[in-house]
Write a protein that binds this ligand. Structure first.
Ligand code: SF4
Length: 323
């Protein structure tokens, strides 16, 4: 029997009203993530990956954002049509999010203890203060703070960026969400701290089955963490595959270019591969394939006909005329 996806997004289309007109940032986006999976969404800035994540959690203000179509089902429940009050019950408790800037998710004027216990009690009103504190201490220990009591008594400004991100992760995980969306959770951190946080995330997903959507521009992180990968470019899905298949045999020229651009520490200076050109202007996107202006394999039809998103093998889909 096929396992039902915990989160299932179909045909999501999101735009923004601007003085220059409507900009469609994400078109025909479909993804699913099930227990025990880490789905990585990769792409350059402006590819639509963060808008997708924010739209799933309904974290973009509407207006100016406009949900133009599609469906987001969490545990079988449609959440795209929920009103804001109902959505407040979903965020944190059912969908947890962590973002690039950990300090932005913590209030500088309250101790970690006040913030963690408040969040826990908001999501579980049956918890009394002592019970919430016990859960908070345990959550901090699970993200690698042996001195959890000292951390509980601290204000965010007394802690490093890496510590704040681990606290944000503890806060997200303590509410036992059904899905975690992590949007570039380590980009702003030192390399050593990055590895520690990503390992924590991976371990929690493996130990508890927590489905994770990991947004990143770092394909090295994807190779180490993800079970499946979705590649985005210009607001469109371009390729989806199990991570091993994608790394060993990418089908889309953009995916190949991303993999070729992974820095090789042994390569002589100046030999790093870059993707020439700029991502498309979504005010005026190319009429055919969005990657055509930068694609080394582009044919005349690529500049006029949008390739269809099609399945090419079990678990593999691609949007390219030549794939
Ligand atoms: Fe390149 Fe054409 Fe494929 Fe687009 S459809 S990725 S332009 S070959």
């Amino acid at each position: 029997m096929t396992q039902m996806a915990t989160l299932d997004v179909r045909g999501l289309r999101v735009g923004f009203s601007t003085p220059g007109g409507l900009v469609v940032a994400v078109e025909d986006m479909s993804l699913s993530v099930s227990r025990g999976e880490v789905l990585a969404i990769i792409g350059e800035s402006g590819s639509g990956k963060t808008v997708t994540a924010m739209a799933i959690a309904r974290l973009i203000a509407s207006p100016p954002a406009r949900y133009l179509g599609g469906s987001v089902r969490l545990g079988g429940d449609e959440i795209l049509t929920l009103d804001e009050r109902a959505m407040e019950q979903v965020r944190g408790r059912r969908i947890a999010t962590i973002f690039q800037n950990p300090r932005a998710s913590l209030d500088p004027s309250f101790t970690v203890q006040a913030q963690l216990t408040e969040t826990l009690r908001r999501h579980d009103p049956t918890l009394d203060r002592a019970g919430a504190e016990a859960v908070a201490v345990e959550a901090l220990r699970e993200v690698g703070f042996p001195d959890a009591d000292r951390v509980m008594a601290s204000y965010p400004h007394q802690l490093s960026g890496g510590m704040c991100q681990r606290i944000a992760l503890a806060m997200a995980l303590a509410c036992k969400p059904e899905v975690l969306i992590a949007d570039e959770p380590t980009t702003a951190l030192d390399v050593g701290v990055q590895a520690r946080i990503l390992l924590l995330l991976l371990r929690r997903s493996r130990d508890t089955g927590l489905p994770v959507i990991l947004i990143t521009h770092d394909i090295g992180v994807v190779a180490a963490m993800a079970s499946r990968v979705l590649v985005m470019y210009g607001g469109h899905m371009q390729e989806e595959a199990p991570v091993g298949d994608l790394m060993d045999g990418p089908l889309h020229p953009y995916t190949r270019a991303l993999i070729a651009a992974i820095p090789d520490p042994d390569a002589p200076p100046g030999e790093r591969s870059f993707i020439d050109g700029e991502p498309p202007d979504l005010f005026d996107p190319p009429p055919g394939c969005r990657f055509a202006p930068r694609c080394p394999l582009a044919e005349p039809r690529c500049h006029t006909d949008l390739p269809a998103w099609r399945s090419v093998a079990a678990g593999r889909s691609v949007r390219c005329h030549l794939a």
